[in-house]
Design a protein around this ligand. Structure first.
Ligand code: COA
Length: 329
């Protein structure tokens, strides 16, 4: 029987207009452009300023562009998955809002929460729906309005993140192309090295939780850095070995954009030269679920049919993983 695979047939992105530079942050916290650039690689990030807009707006615009790029009608989409840690609401899911706004009448839609690995988990989920034969076209979106959970008085976190989103259309193919393999891991973060303490069922919003700043992202940067630098490189090597890929076989590494030093370490361990690594952290910062689809859209004109791509991420959860895909268009 022919194996059905899921290939990416279109990509799209949306970034808010407002640019927040490192110099802007110097006015808010005790930091400086040189520190941020050398420690993270970030120069600026985008911020969604409109108080009436949330992640669904980023996701919807990215989705529309991906559908246009793939030349697919929203009414033909079978499922929509939005990876995010900053949904507009606890419920309805952000994906439900996207479903309505793009007119994806027959799609069922849900959110997936896996922090910085969210897009990869969602891509695997959407890919498996197609491989099972139950879905023919799936919209996979990664979007986050990180500014909504940042404390702009905490220099250790507010410099790192930005707002943005990207989307891909997955379609069924019988070619030896698209998503070929994946490896995902989870290690429950009981130490709370990266989390947001408030707003959930454990600490619902009260005047006290707001006063204590529990609704902001918190991170033990050094602990996460150590885990990420090993986790992302290890899993990238694992997917290469499982698929007999040498560094020459890899056309592009598409890494999650949390820190340029983590990206460089991953590429070095893989033996992949820097000209084959998608890096846009300098302009967008860490957009959490958005980073990988933003890269795919930024680089799509340089991709050729048959290119081997290794997508890798590490993030809160803790979650991490890699996907090996063969570019199919
Ligand atoms: N500006 C200036 N100084 C700062 C600063 C800032 N924005 N933030 C922290 N510092 C200071 C610290 O207070 C510390 O000072 P000290 O030595 O006097 O104590 C010093 O800089 C070094 O801090 P440290 O936390 O060790 O820096 P680092 O090299 O680990 O870089 C991160 C910090 C956050 C950039 C880095 O740890 C990181 O990228 N972590 C992982 C991020 C990540 O992957 N997160 C999410 C997963 S998706």
């Amino acid at each position: 029987m022919t194996q059905i695979r899921a290939k990416i047939t279109g990509t799209g992105k949306f970034l808010p207009d407002h640019v927040m530079t490192n110099h802007d942050l110097e006015k808010l916290v005790d930091t400086n452009d040189e520190w941020i650039q050398t420690r993270t690689g970030i120069v600026e990030r985008r911020i969604l300023k409109d108080p009436d807009k949330g992640t669904s707006n980023l996701a919807t615009e990215a989705a529309k562009k991906a559908l246009e790029d793939a030349d697919v009608d929203a009414a033909d989409i079978d499922a929509i998955i939005v990876a995010t840690v900053t949904p507009d609401y606890f419920f309805p899911a952000t994906a439900c809002l996207v479903q309505k706004r793009i007119g994806a009448k027959k799609a069922f839609a849900f959110d997936l929460s896996a922090a910085c690995s969210g897009f990869l988990y969602a891509l695997t989920t959407g890919g498996n729906m197609i491989e099972s034969g139950r879905a023919k076209k799936v919209l996979v979106i990664g979007a986050d309005k990180m500014s909504s959970i940042l404390n702009y008085e905490d220099r250790t976190t507010c410099i790192l993140f930005g707002d943005g989103g990207g989307a891909v259309v997955l379609e069924a193919t019988e070619e030896e192309a698209g998503i070929i393999d994946y490896v995902h891991y989870t290690e429950g973060d009981e130490d709370c090295a990266l989390y947001m303490p408030g707003g959930g069922s454990k600490h619902p919003a009260t005047a006290e939780t707001v006063a204590q700043g529990l609704h902001y992202l918190r991170q033990d940067g050094r602990a996460i850095f150590k885990k990420a630098i090993h986790g992302m490189a290890d899993v990238s090597l694992e997917i290469m070995e499982r698929n007999d890929l040498t560094s020459d076989d890899v056309a592009w590494l598409v890494p999650h954009q949390a820190n340029l030093r983590i990206i460089d370490a991953t590429a070095n361990r893989m033996g992949v030269s820097k000209d084959k690594v998608m890096i846009n952290i300098s302009h967008y910062g860490n957009t959490t679920s958005g980073t990988i689809p933003l890269c795919l859209d930024d680089w799509k004109d340089q991709l050729n049919k048959g290119d081997n791509l290794v997508l890798s991420a590490f993030g809160g959860g803790l979650t991490w993983g890699s996907i090996y895909l063969k570019w199919a268009i």
